[in-house]
Every structure is written in C-alpha cells, then in structure tokens.
Design a protein around this ligand. Structure first.
Ligand SMILES: [Zn+2]
Length: 244
C-alpha cells in the first residue's frame, strides 16, 4: 500500500489556494477535491446512495482569488456583512479591525481557507431537496425538522469510517458552526501542520486584501482563533480511510 512518503506534501501554493495541481476535477458529481480525497468521497457517496441519500459537495475547492473577492466584497460593503449572531452590519460605520473580526466569523481569510486544500467541502442531499427550494445554508436545515437532517444523522453514523469529520460543529468563539462542512482528517492534518502563521503572513502581505493592516496586526491571534481553533478530528485509529 502506498505510504504518505510516496507523495510530495502540500506546497505553499497548494496550501494557500494558488495552485490546483493537488486536485482532481470530478464531473459527476461536479466538484474538485484533493487527489487522495476523491476515493474516500466517492466511497462515502456510494454508501449514502445505498441509503437513499444523494450526497453532493455543492462547494469544494475554492481558490485564493475567489476567497479574496468574498473578503473584499464584505469589507467594502458590496456583500452582506453579519455579526456573530447573524445580524446585518453596516461596514462603513465600523473600523477596519471591527470589519475584519466580523468577516472572520463567517468567511476564512484568503490563504487560510480549508477549502483551498481540496480536503474540505460542503455537503447537501439532493434527494431531500424539496422542489423549488433554495438552500439557505443555515444550521436549522441540518437539525431535526430540516431537509438535511437525515443526511446529518447519516454522516454522524458513517462519515468517520471514510475518514471524514466536521471541524465546525459548535461555537468555539471562532468560525460559527457549519454542520454542512466536512473535512478529510488524515490529509487535512498534513495541510494544518504545513500552514504556519509566518507563511500566511507573507502571502497576505503581498496580496490586494482589504483591511490588510488590521488583519496583519492581529494575525497571530486571528490564526489561533479562526484557523487552528477547530473541533479535533477523531483519533486516526477510529478512522478507516484505507481503500482497497
Ligand atoms: Zn465549508
């Protein structure tokens, strides 16, 4: 069986969403995932299908520029900016530091999104989607009574067998809970280890990010609170990502 040593690990460009050469693009279902995550994802999708669930990754790889556009749009008030509790804010009434803090509750800073790695993606169940219903991506949709609760319960029971876990299940004072966000633990752990605050600082300093001064001034704290502060993956022994 091939070991981890056979693969070059994440480059800085891959870690920060500025390369795609770690990815495989799938057409059915359409998504882009890390080459080592495609097998576990498709195996989990097949197992879910056997239980009547059409599990898709509606958002998978996202690159640096896309994350930058989201960030800058919120900072400038061109996209809705929310506080931690989901209330709409007027960004032009806020200091740069306050805007940065609000954005980070909901959106990763470019260069530090787990979506850059190809190991993380957002899921829904197309089979449970009511006709004409537009998903809002709120936790209630994955809670009892919501259209994706059956998917969420299925994931609770089965995702670990395929190596997946949820990094954002509860409010840890960082990113708000995202029950739809899954991560492939063994590969994501390698990316987490490789990304450092100093490497990220260099990338952000050279970018066109809005609020750069405020973001970089608090980067160590922001990195701890919003990047490293995720739910722990189950012990590797509990995961069975090995595929024949
Ligand atoms: Zn996500």
């Amino acid at each position: 069986m091939p070991g981890m040593g056979d693969r070059p690990d994440f480059t800085l460009e891959q870690l920060t969403g500025r390369a795609r050469d770690h990815l495989v693009e799938l057409s059915e279902p359409r998504c882009a995932l890390h080459r080592e995550v495609v097998g576990p994802f498709l195996a989990m999708r097949a197992a879910a299908a056997a239980d009547g669930i059409d599990l898709v990754a509606f958002s998978s790889f996202r690159d640096f520029d896309r994350q930058l556009a989201i960030w800058n749009g919120k900072f400038r008030g061109e996209r809705e900016l929310l506080d931690r509790t989901g209330r709409s804010l007027q960004p032009l009434n806020l200091t740069a530091g306050e805007r940065v803090a609000a954005i980070l509750c909901w959106s990763a800073m470019p260069g530090a999104s787990r979506h850059h790695w190809g190991t993380d993606f957002d899921v829904m169940d197309l089979a449970a989607l009511p006709a004409g219903y537009k998903p809002r991506l709120v936790p209630e949709e994955y809670a009892p009574g919501g259209p994706f609760h059956r998917l969420a319960a299925w994931l609770d029971a089965h995702m670990h067998a395929f190596g997946f876990f949820r990094p954002y299940t509860r409010d840890r004072g960082g990113v708000v809970p995202e029950p739809w966000h899954l991560s492939h633990a063994p590969v994501a752990a390698r990316a987490e280890r490789a990304l450092s605050v100093d490497r990220l600082r260099d990338v952000l300093a050279g970018s066109g990010i809005e609020g750069k001064e405020a973001l970089l001034a608090g980067l160590e704290e922001n990195f701890r609170r919003y990047v490293l502060n995720v739910d722990p993956a189950p012990e590797c022994a509990a995961l069975a990502p090995r595929l024949a």
